[in-house]
Design a protein around this ligand. Structure first.
Ligand SMILES: CC(C)(COP(=O)(O)OP(=O)(O)OC[C@H]1O[C@@H](n2cnc3c(N)ncnc32)[C@H](O)[C@@H]1OP(=O)(O)O)[C@@H](O)C(=O)NCCC(=O)NCCS
Length: 193
């Protein structure tokens, strides 16, 4: 049930026919140049990465997506502006690390538990692929809200720390809240899968 409408949904892996809708949805909900078809296609077609989609089974409309990529200690430290040794305190020397990078739903599909289930399925797949830990940077909006916080906690993640202006080096991306380079902070969460 979405709002007062009953719809049939399906969870599926990436398929090229949803690519442009994914870009549109990402740009609409995160900001201009969040991604583009070229970058996103390369990401989802990488065999180390996970892409789970949520689709209206009748109309075939894309309702949301969840993206994860594989990395290692060095890569995670760099991406999240962390120190390699602090990550090691949590995962030891286990380099089987993935990052839950993007979670987004259409506005009219929120608050029905769909993102929680989409995330659960993505994590399940990551575990099957052999990843040991998953790390996620949650967007802290300018008003202090953290839209994905409940979803990520319901999926068993633990808060680690806040990283200041995590995305500021992406000069192309024009964050919805900052209307230019993103100066938002990120709340980092992790989960041992
Ligand atoms: C982040 C985002 C995906 C979260 O969506 P969401 O609607 O809050 O999450 P869900 O679909 O899991 O719905 C959860 C809500 O549905 C309700 N709900 C109904 N049935 C439910 C069920 N079976 N299980 C869980 N929640 C259920 C709950 O009230 C819950 O509210 P709560 O999280 O405040 O406790 C969405 O807000 C979004 O796309 N935002 C824009 C992009 C964004 O900020 N992404 C995150 C970047 S880090």
């Amino acid at each position: 049930m979405i709002g007062s409408k009953v719809i049939t949904i399906k969870y599926t892996d990436f398929s090229l026919r949803y690519l442009s809708s994914m870009v549109e949805l990402g740009v609409e909900r995160f900001g201009e140049k969040y991604t583009n078809e070229y970058k996103l296609r390369a990401y989802v077609e990488n065999r180390k990465n996970v892409c789970k989609l949520l689709v209206d089974a009748e109309s075939d409309r894309l309702l949301g997506f969840f993206l994860m990529h594989g990395t290692n200690l060095e890569g995670l430290a760099k991406e999240f502006k962390l120190n390699k040794y602090e990550i090691k305190r949590i995962v030891g020397n286990d380099e089987r690390i993935c990052v839950a990078k993007s979670l987004v739903l259409q506005k009219d599909s929120e608050k029905a538990g769909l993102a929680t289930e989409l995330t659960r399925r993505g994590l399940e797949k990551a575990k099957r692929m052999g990843f040991y830990s998953c790390w996620s940077p949650l967007w802290i909006r300018k008003d202090g809200a953290v839209p994905a916080e409940h979803v990520i906690k319901r999926n068993g993640f633990t808060f680690y720390k806040v990283v200041h202006m995590l995305w500021v080096d992406d000069k192309d991306y024009k964050c919805l809240d900052c209307n230019g380079p993103c100066k938002c902070d990120a709340a980092i969460y992790y989960k041992i899968l």
